[in-house]
Design a protein around this ligand. Structure first.
Ligand code: DX5
Ligand code: ZN
Length: 219
């Protein structure tokens, strides 16, 4: 199980130190929640902060950029330039944004790509994109804020994505994001998740390394 602490929950006064603290505690990836105040009801940070994090961590650190923004097609190149390793875009923008073209363009930039579904969005929305993605992210809270309660009914989407992956012989990773800590990790693993995003339960834990270990060990 990969653990991706969300930088949204870190102490922004020393974001570089916080990124290194997460890696020292055993984080596999760092998760960057990018919010534009329109697609979600909050504003977080953009490409310049992504670059600051990139410049603070060892070469090769995997930066997972989750774009909760209206125009991922317009902005993703700036996150590529800022050193993102993977860029995820939301399925809810289908119709407004050409998702096939955007996913393709992200990959053409030599960066991995992911597709995200909100709790209210049926997982079937991802099915025509599965051949084109490196990761599918199942939101287990309504995006916008850290510290919310895990929605267990989203686990069914993870099971469905696991089945589809097998049926079609694909290799995308299945990630979950929102309200996850050691108490939720076992259910996520049993449903078939490969990667867990965790904000509050890592950065705000008394012992981040212990929290990450507990999530990795959950069965
Ligand atoms: C929600 C974000 C999540 C969130 C996770 O909008 O996409 O990554 O920050 O934070 P916790 O783990 O506190 O729910
Ligand atoms: Zn996220």
């Amino acid at each position: 199980m990969l653990i991706a602490p969300s930088m949204l929950a870190c102490d922004f006064r020393s974001i570089g130190d916080e990124a290194r603290r997460a890696l020292d505690a055993g984080a596999d990836w760092l998760h960057l929640d990018v919010m534009d105040g329109s697609f979600v009801d909050n504003i977080s940070f953009g490409p310049d902060i992504c670059r600051a994090i990139r410049d603070s961590v060892p070469t090769g650190t995997f930066l997972d950029a989750h774009l909760m923004i209206d125009a991922p097609d317009h902005y993703f190149p700036r996150f590529v330039a800022a050193g993102a390793s993977l860029i995820s875009i939301h399925a809810e923008r289908e119709g407004e944004v050409d998702l096939h073209a955007t996913l393709h363009a992200i990959r053409e930039s030599s960066v991995q790509c992911g597709l995200v579904v909100n709790p209210a969005t049926p997982v079937e929305k991802t099915f025509s994109y599965l051949e084109e993605v490196d990761l599918v992210l199942v939101m287990s809270v309504v995006p916008g804020f850290g510290g919310q309660t895990f929605m267990a009914d989203t686990l069914e989407k993870v099971r469905a994505l696991r089945r589809k992956r097998e049926e079609r012989g694909l290799h995308y990773l299945i990630q979950m994001d929102g309200g996850i800590g050691p108490a939720q990790a076992a259910a996520c693993r049993r449903a078939g998740a490969d990667c867990l995003v965790a904000g509050s339960s890592t950065f705000r834990a008394p012992d981040m390394a212990a929290a990450i270990r507990a999530m990795k060990a959950a069965v």
